[in-house]
Write a protein that binds this ligand. Structure first.
Ligand SMILES: Nc1nc2c(ncn2[C@@H]2O[C@H](COP(=O)(O)OP(=O)(O)OP(=O)(O)O)[C@@H](O)[C@H]2O)c(=O)[nH]1
Length: 397
C-alpha cells in the first residue's frame, strides 16, 4: 500500500512530501528496503490499544508516543503533473509510472488560487478546476491503455468466451486493477457484457469509474494559512459535491514544526493541535512558531497534513490496525514483547487473513483465533475491528 502525493507545480506538493516524510526514526527497522529518491516513509497515526488497556508496549514495526501508534507507510512524490501528462507531456511517463504504484492519492491544490494551470503565479485561478483536471488526466490515461487494440481485444473476448472481468483486469493489471474493480465499474455503469458493443464514450465512462474505485483521492486544500475562510469553504463545498474529502492544510507549517521537533526545540506530535517549547531558540524562530500557532493551529485545529494522511488510509482505503499476539493474557509475542507488531488490514478482513499476513504457514494451518480484549474465541467469519488484538491458533507442520 502506497500513498501518492500529486499536484501541479508550485502548490506546495514538495513541501507536503518533505513534511510528511520527515520522521525522526531509523527506517532501517522497517521492511521498506531500497527507497528511491521520490519514495519516503510517513506515518498513519491511531490511538494505541494500550491507552485503553493501560499496558506498556514494546513496538517493533511501529512507533509509540503519548498513547498513539505511529504506523509507517510508504509515500510517493508523484512529480510532473501538467496538462497533457497522459500524452507524455512534461514528465508524463514518469508521472504515470509513479501513479501506477499508488493505491490512494493525496491531491495537493493551492487553496489561495495564486497558482495557474501550469504552475505559474497568477492573481486568481479556481482550484476546483485543478480537481477536474487531474480527474481528466487519469481518466484519459486509463482510457488510453484500454483503447489500445480495443476492437481486436473485444472480439477475442467475445469469440473465445473469456470472462469479461478477468480479461479487462488482466489488461489493466499494470495499474493494479482487480476483477472486483472491473465488475463494480461495469455494474455501476450498467454496461452490457458484450464488449464489442461498447462505444468510445462507454470506454471513457468505464475509465472514469475505474479511476474512482482504483485511485481514490483526497484533497489537501494547501496554503490554507494564506487562504480566506471563504476560499476554503468554497473549495470544501465544491470538492464534497464531487464526492471528495477536503482538508485544509498548511504543509509549510507542518514542515517547520517537524524540523523544530527534530532539532529538539519543541515537542510536537504530528496531527496535534499544539506544541510545547523545550529549549530556548532565536527570537525569529520563536516568532515563526508563534505565527503557526495563531494562524494555523488555533484556526484549523492542526496543520491538516496528518489528518489528510490518516483519512486517506483509514477512510478511503478502509484499513484498520490490528495487533497479533501469541499470549492473549499478557498481550505478548513469544519473547515477552507487549504488542510488538501491528498490521494494517482491509476492513472486513478475517483472522485468517491476518494469519496469512503474519506468515503463510499460520494462514494455511489456521484453526481459530482468540480476541484478546474479550477473551472470546472467534472463527473465520469474524470481521476484524479497529485496534483488535488477536491470538491465532494454528496447526503447524
Ligand atoms: N503560505 C504557504 N506557502 C506554502 C505552503 N506550502 C508550500 N508553500 C510555498 O509554495 C511554494 C511552492 O512550494 P513547493 O513545495 O516547492 O511546490 P511544489 O508543488 O512541489 O512545486 P514543484 O516543486 O515546482 O513541483 C514555496 O514557496 C513554498 O514555500 C503552505 O502551506 N502555506
Amino acid at each position: 500500500m502506497e500513498i501518492g502525493v500529486v499536484g501541479k507545480p508550485n502548490v506546495g506538493k514538495s513541501t507536503f512530501f518533505s513534511a510528511a516524510t520527515l520522521v525522526d526514526v531509523d527506517i532501517a527497522n522497517y521492511p521498506f528496503t531500497t527507497i528511491e529518491a521520490n519514495v519516503g516513509v510517513t506515518y498513519v497515526i491511531a490511538e494505541h490499544p494500550c491507552k485503553e488497556l493501560g499496558c506498556k508496549p514494546n513496538p517493533q514495526n511501529y512507533e509509540y508516543r503519548n498513547g498513539l501508534a505511529l504506523i509507517p507507510v510508504k509515500m510517493i512524490d508523484v512529480a510532473g503533473l501538467v496538462p497533457g501528462a497522459h500524452e507524455g507531456r512534461g514528465l508524463g511517463n514518469k508521472f504515470l509510472d509513479d501513479l501506477r504504484m499508488a493505491s490512494v492519492l493525496i491531491h495537493v491544490v493551492d487553496a489561495t488560487g495564486k497558482t495557474d494551470a501550469e504552475g505559474q503565479p497568477t492573481d486568481y485561478h479556481d482550484p476546483v478546476d485543478d480537481i477536474e483536471f487531474l480527474e481528466k488526466e487519469i481518466n484519459y490515461w486509463i482510457y488510453g491503455i484500454l483503447k489500445k487494440n480495443w476492437d481486436k481485444f473485444a472480439k477475442r473476448i467475445k469469440l473465445q468466451r473469456i470472462p469479461l472481468e478477468r480479461a479487462i483486469a488482466e489488461h489493466l493489471s499494470g495499474i493494479g486493477v482487480s476483477e472486483n474493480d472491473v465488475w463494480a465499474a461495469i455494474h455501476n455503469l450498467g454496461l452490457g457484457d458484450d464488449p464489442t458493443g461498447w462505444r468510445d464514450e462507454d470506454l471513457l465512462a468505464f475509465a472514469s469509474a475505474i479511476r474512482r474505485i482504483n485511485k481514490p483521492m483526497i484533497i489537501a486544500a494547501n496554503k490554507a494559512d494564506a487562504a480566506s475562510d471563504e476560499q476554503i469553504e468554497r473549495l470544501r463545498r465544491e470538492g464534497e459535491r464531487r464526492g471528495y474529502i477536503v482538508v485544509p492544510t498548511s504543509a509549510a507549517a507542518e514542515l517547520t514544526l517537524r524540523k523544530a521537533a527534530k532539532a529538539g526545540f519543541i515537542d510536537y506530535v504530528p496531527g496535534s493541535s499544539d506544541f510545547k517549547i523545550l529549549k530556548p531558540m532565536s527570537s525569529k524562530q520563536e516568532k515563526a512558531l508563534k505565527l503557526i500557532r495563531e494562524r494555523v493551529l488555533e484556526r484549523f485545529g492542526s496543520t491538516g497534513v496528518q489528518e489528510v494522511i490518516n483519512r486517506a488510509v483509514f477512510e478511503l482505503l478502509g484499513l484498520i490496525p490490528v495487533y497479533p499476539v501469541e499470549d492473549e493474557n499478557k498481550l505478548t509475542d513469544g519473547f515477552g514483547n507487549v504488542l510488538p507488531h501491528v498490521h494494517l488490514m482491509k476492513r472486513g478482513s478475517t483472522p485468517r487473513d491476518l494469519a496469512y499476513k503474519v506468515h503463510t504457514d499460520l494462514g494455511e494451518g489456521f484453526l481459530y483465533a482468540v480476541n484478546a480484549k474479550t477473551k472470546r474465541r472467534v472463527g473465520e467469519d469474524y470481521e476484524l475491528e479497529f485496534n483488535d488484538i488477536i491470538k491465532i491458533v494454528a496447526v503447524t507442520r
